[in-house]
Design a protein. Sequence first.
Length: 91
Amino acid sequence: MRFAGNAPTLAAGLAVSSFNAGIAVGSWIAGSALDSSLGLSGPALVGTVMVTLALVPLTALGAIRATHTTALPIPKKRSRCSTPSSRPAAI
């Protein structure tokens, strides 16, 4: 939504459409696996493969982000030494 600019309704519609397409394609693939020689274990295998394919780029992105974090600068400590102008005058 933050990249939608002047068309937030279109962006929301595309987001919902992509979820619906993903559900339809996943169901079709699982149904095909159920009809195959894998039988009842087919949909579970398809789910395992889909999760693995989703975790590979997620892990890569996490590793990239972990190495590119920016640390806050360390503030300089103030010196406790007195400067010549702040010393009391000698008597």
